[in-house]
Ligand binder design. Structure first.
Ligand code: ADP
Length: 485
């Protein structure tokens, strides 16, 4: 029979040097089922001393066990990790859904994507080769790719396992080692990864997992002088403080920060495809997605009919517990729920038109944190619902006079993560794609691409690229060796 509480079997202690170790004190952070508000588990906090132990273990493994293994064998180990994740997919998805609140179908998709990261980068472990550089007959010069060192991975709560594996898989493929700090709201699947990695043959110390808050655990990790690279996904404000701290010991950083991405719909677009795409863009994971399409920028000619259809669809969205696979699950925490409500309220006060939703919900018998799927019509571009990343199921609608105006509105925020466009006009799609400030552009399909396609931000959305072959660059350093012969 399916175990509905697989989280009860998870070892919650920090995973250091290949084993879950006691923290030596009672400090713990609760993680909740956001659908009910009940505590799922009390997760022991790794303090600065334990973080130091984790970093030292990763440092020893870097020149020790991990360096002893050939790149080809490293690749085989990563393939085994992918298989092990797949073999526990049901259990991992159930825990992910319970801990984050995301609908089961999305949690299952996340687990498969996590396996895909290991599969994809496994194939690269023995292909990170350098160049020879022609300096003339008196010299030999070549480059070699060396692991960057011990890497820190600071993980957000919206895609707990996916973000962990997105950074870990390329880091390990490149021969680096790691210390992972999951988000305090959703640490469970990352904790399960410890033994999965060990059983697949990842040597002790190569990956360490330490839980706690940003202050207790994240800050000492990022500040540790033996950390060579920090991969951070989270808010702009925290990202800035992580960069400052990493700068103190000259660690490199990858910053995947927020977004306020537009979905542009032109008059000539396939309106049905655009409607499906818009719904997916904003309501996946209840809008708690960095790359959510949270602004619909729609050309005036098709706006009224499109918005009517959108409203009808939004009214039909079912709300419920993630594990019951509803249309829309809960918001991860009470704090996040209140933040969503505050931005929506402030926007309405600033003149936004409320078309649907706009309120906290209390579905019967649940007691958790839910927000109604919401449509807001923006009155002007400087209102909070246009400028602030809400991270909730709230779509802001901006009407554009024509294509040029739509391009202008697409650019009207400080963010530049993703931009989507729906149009039948290839030239317009290409003009938009080439000019818009964004790390990735989706044409006629939102969330187009996969583990193979580089992903990252421009402007306040950050810098550095994850996914695809680009991600590997963060995890190796190029050394040039030149000899006079
Ligand atoms: P949110 O505000 O959405 O919770 P954050 O950007 O604050 O997102 O959190 C993302 C991740 O960064 C979490 O794992 C969190 O614990 C961690 N974190 C928060 N503050 C710090 C910090 N000062 N140093 C390192 N990590 C931090």
């Amino acid at each position: 029979m399916k175990d509905l509480a697989p989280h009860r079997h998870i070892d919650l202690k920090p995973f250091i040097d290949g084993a879950h170790v006691p923290t030596g004190n009672d400090a713990a952070v609760p993680t909740y089922d956001p659908a009910t508000g009940e505590v799922l588990a009390q997760v022991p906090v790794a303090d600065a001393a334990l973080v130091d132990r984790a970093v030292k273990s990763a440092k020893a493994a870097l020149k020790g066990a991990w360096a002893e293994i050939t790149p080809a064998e490293r690749g085989r180990i990563l393939f085994r990790v992918a298989q092990a994740i797949r073999s526990r997919a049901e259990e991992l998805a159930t825990v992910e859904s319970l801990d984050s609140g995301k609908p089961m179908r999305e949690a299952k998709g996340d687990i498969e994507t996590s396996a895909r990261y290991f599969e994809y980068y496994a194939g690269m472990a023995d292909k990170l080769q350098g160049d020879t550089i022609p300096l003339g007959k008196g010299f030999v010069s070549f480059t070699q790719h060396e692991p960057v060192g011990v890497t820190a991975h600071i993980i957000p709560w919206n895609f707990p396992l996916v973000t962990t594996t997105r950074g870990l898989a390329p880091a390990l493929a490149a021969g680096a080692t790691a210390v992972v700090k999951p988000a305090e709201q959703t640490p469970l699947t990352a904790l399960m990864l410890g033994t999965i990695l060990k059983d697949a043959g990842v040597p002790d110390g190569v990956v360490n997992i330490v839980c706690g808050t940003g202050a207790t655990t994240g800050a000492p990790l990022v500040a540790h002088p033996d950390i060579a690279h920090v991969t951070f996904t989270g808010s702009v404000a925290t990202g800035i403080s992580v960069m400052r701290s990493a700068a103190e010991h000259v660690a490199s950083v990858t910053m995947e920060l927020g977004g306020k991405s537009p979905v542009v719909v032109l008059d000539d677009a396939d309106q049905e495809a655009a409607l499906e795409g818009t719904l997916k863009a904003i309501f996946t994971n209840a809008g708690q997605v960095c790359s959510a399409g949270s602004r619909l920028v729609i050309e005036r000619g098709c706006a009224d009919a499109f918005i009517e259809k959108l409203r009808a669809r939004v009214r039909q969205i079912g709300i419920g517990r993630g594990i019951d696979d509803p249309g829309l699950g809960p918001i991860v925490s009470l704090q996040q729920l209140q933040k969503i409500d505050q931005i929506v309220t402030a926007s309405i006060e600033a003149g936004a038109g409320l078309l649907e939703g706009g309120k906290i919900l209390n579905p019967e018998g649940l007691g958790g944190w839910f927000y109604a799927p919401t449509l807001l019509k923006a009155a002007k571009a400087d209102m909070p619902a246009v400028q602030e990343e809400i991270f909730g199921p709230v779509l802001t609608i901006q009407i554009a006079d024509d294509f040029e105006h739509a391009c202008e509105l697409a650019e009207c925020t400080r963010f530049g993560l993703v931009a989507g466009i729906y149009t039948a006009d290839f030239s317009k799609a290409m003009r938009f794609g080439r000019s818009v400030s964004a790390g990735q552009v989706y044409i006629n399909q939102y969330f187009a691409g996969g583990v193979e396609t580089p992903f990252g931000g421009t402007k306040n959305s950050g810098f550095g690229r994850e996914k695809g072959l680009e991600a590997l660059r963060a995890y190796y350093a190029v050394k040039t060796i030149t000899a006079k012969i």
